[in-house]
Design a protein around this ligand. Structure first.
Ligand code: FNR
Length: 383
């Protein structure tokens, strides 16, 4: 036919072939301050860029003439998962799209993968439903309140607790400061001007549930860094892990480990897993790229706990590489938010299905039929 149907497709979710297509579509749908909040990193964004460029070092060693079926299934924290993938906790998800966390949880449940609700989420643990939900915890100065939050997550059926340890104070997110971002967003001349081109986003924001934190009462409209600086306990130490073990008896994940040294400490306190992570480059700038820590950490503690990794994962090939180097699973943050911003739950589902197809294709091309075939005989990091 003369007219190519693909060229006529107006639905940005259907049009997207890659996560970068969804990223571009997302940028057109939400106000700049919101997109920058998702996209930005701390300080000079060196970690943010390195997280991504570390994947340029990946080199596969394919095994040919393997044949057979591809199975991406695995287990994560002892539960079956259809992919070695977890949707990471992200704050203020209703700001990206009015459907918020319930849409993300639904997409994750349908795809058979876990999703972690953030302490800074905009849906209460009681209101979120899914098969395999985790709760991400920031320890509050008020320990009674912290314990309460953990109890609410347990009572609501959350399976795992994820303690984030890379945020004793909020990182210096320069884009948010320049944009004057507050949570919830405040009307200003610039948000009004930008919002005039995104009427649907504003309409949804103003007509659906109020944008407030689900786990605590916010204090009016504040800059994100002020919220963290006010509430987070910067004096949390390894000795507090014993306390946390008393109030939470399910699987415990420590997120934000950035060295072999601390991964060993996590194993000593009997954590069930660590997430090698620099918070997507949003906290300390110029820490190591998490991908480069996978192999040394897996070698040191991989027999005692599960090693997860996040930061810069944007393709199924990236997942194959991280798993091959020794990760049990990968987390993604920004990528599913691109999908959410573009098309709500459908967009998140699209992100997961793109990653699934890319992972399957990569497995086929490197000659790995099962996730357990992805090992260091198939992937290495070039010097
Ligand atoms: C985050 N991240 C995060 N982590 C966490 O433990 N608690 C939180 O509330 C948040 N909030 C948050 C908001 C936004 C907008 C982003 C982008 C990230 C970090 C997140 O869980 C994850 O570590 C990174 O997003 C991983 O990097 P990529 O996949 O975004 O490159």
């Amino acid at each position: 036919p003369l007219l190519q149907p693909r060229g006529l497709e107006l639905d940005p979710v259907k049009r997207a072939h890659t996560l970068s297509d969804l990223r571009a579509a997302a940028g057109k749908r939400v106000p700049k301050a919101v997109f920058d909040y998702v996209e930005g990193g701390a300080d000079d964004e060196i970690s943010l860029r390195r997280n991504r460029s570390a994947f340029d070092r990946v080199e596969f060693s394919p095994q040919v003439l393997v044949g057979g079926d591809i199975d991406t299934g695995t287990t994560i924290l002892g539960e079956p998962a259809e992919l070695p993938l977890v949707l990471a906790p992200t704050g203020y998800t209703r700001m990206m799209h009015h459907a918020g966390e319930p849409a993300v949880a639904q997409a994750a449940a349908e795809a058979g993968i876990p999703y972690a609700l953030s302490t800074m989420g905009t849906t209460a643990p009681e209101d979120l439903h899914g098969d395999n939900l985790w709760f991400q915890l920031y320890v509050w100065r008020d320990r009674g309140f912290t314990k309460d939050m953990v109890g609410r997550a347990r009572d609501a059926g959350f399976r795992a607790l994820v303690l984030t340890v890379d945020t004793p104070v909020p990182g210096n997110r320069v884009r948010d400061i320049r944009n004057g971002l507050t949570l919830p967003p405040r009307l200003s001349l610039s948000t009004l001007l930008d919002g005039a081109t995104k009427p649907r986003w504003w309409w949804n924001l103003l007509t659906t549930e109020p944008l407030r934190f689900a786990s605590f009462d916010g204090d009016g409209s504040l800059a994100p860094s002020d919220i963290g600086a006010k509430m987070f306990d910067r004096d949390v130490t390894w000795t507090d892990l014993a306390w946390l073990r008393e109030v939470w008896d399910g699987p415990l994940v420590i997120k934000g480990i950035q060295s072999v040294r601390d991964a060993k400490k996590a194993a000593e306190v009997a954590a069930d897993a660590v997430v090698l992570s620099n918070h997507g480059g949003r906290q300390l700038d110029r820490g190591p790229a998490p991908l480069e820590l996978v192999q040394p950490v897996a070698d040191e503690v991989g027999d005692r706990l599960e090693v997860f990794v996040d930061g810069g994962i944007r393709t199924g090939g990236d997942i194959a590489a991280a798993v091959g180097l020794g990760a049990k699973a990968c987390l993604i943050g920004r990528p599913y938010l691109y999908g959410l911003m573009t098309g709500g739950e459908r967009g998140v589902t699209k992100v997961i299905s793109i990653l699934r197809e890319e992972l399957e294709r990569t497995m086929r091309l490197v000659g790995a039929n099962a996730i357990t075939d992805l090992d260091r005989s198939r992937v290495r990091l070039r010097a």
